[in-house]
Design a protein around this ligand. Sequence first.
Ligand SMILES: NC(=O)c1ccc[n+]([C@@H]2O[C@H](COP(=O)([O-])OP(=O)(O)OC[C@H]3O[C@@H](n4cnc5c(N)ncnc54)[C@H](OP(=O)(O)O)[C@@H]3O)[C@@H](O)[C@H]2O)c1
Length: 268
Amino acid sequence: MLYTRHLSLELRCCAFSTHPTQRPRALRASSAEQDGRGKVFVAGAAGNTGKRIVKELLASGYKVRAGVRDLAAGSNILPADGNMEIVQADVTEGAEKLAAVIGNVESVVCATGFRRSLDFFAPWKVDNFGTVNLVDACKRNNIRKFVLISSILVNGAAMGQVLNPAYVFLNALGLTLIAKLQAENYVRKSGINYTIIRPGGLTNNPPSGNIVMTQEDTLYEGSISRDAVASVAVKALQCPEASYKVVEIVSRFDAPRKSIQELFAAIK
Ligand SMILES: NC(=O)c1ccc[n+]([C@@H]2O[C@H](COP(=O)([O-])OP(=O)(O)OC[C@H]3O[C@@H](n4cnc5c(N)ncnc54)[C@H](OP(=O)(O)O)[C@@H]3O)[C@@H](O)[C@H]2O)c1
């Protein structure tokens, strides 16, 4: 993406040095039961970030209901796991249908993003109305926690970044960032305990450097590994410090090493 200044980072963040996949499954499961981790629905579960969130959730001992648009494609992308079920879920199909698919889960993570097409309104349909549908479905189902993967620069106009090439480019693609901001506002007014995570440009590289987490409307450049975003999203389910917060994240070599919990706690 234009707004990614891909950093060639090599140093792994200490926050990932005790990656949950390194822990035995039995220990993970029992600790998950102890701290009340329930089932999580992931929307956009077959996407590049969504599939990493699913993996991180499973590694952390959660049960997962993975929402995909295409069951066959989703089954090829996601790992076979006894703690995961794959369900068909298109966020544009309305809250009622989504509520039925989401079912009795504790939390919902939204990692959807429009796919480029000839439909100029695709971002508005998916990144705004689709997320609104998901929030309405969550309200119907009394979901405890909602985590939204959004983007830095969604509020670029208010930040004085209206001429930022990324802001211009992404909004030229069907008002993408404005659509995301509308959805964020709906999440914030929903009454559900939310965490909105706004990452910089996403990479498929392993996590490197250290995570920088700032309050809303502060970052306008930088990049971060999708694996790191997945870790932050899963931690948002666990940390009370993440409640009702909008955070922006990138990774940098020169940032101090802090746990994700500490990072959330530092955000007002
Ligand atoms: N790319 C970047 O640099 C960047 C930077 C900052 C923020 N973000 C945001 O971060 C999020 C994840 O990005 P990504 O690049 O990992 O996403 P991605 O790989 O493009 O995946 C997007 C997912 O959304 C799903 N989706 C699309 N329309 C849907 C619908 N109507 N109902 C349900 N699911 C739908 C797609 O399903 P299919 O697999 O069926 O197509 C796909 O699984 C997005 O919101 C994106 O805007 C991206």
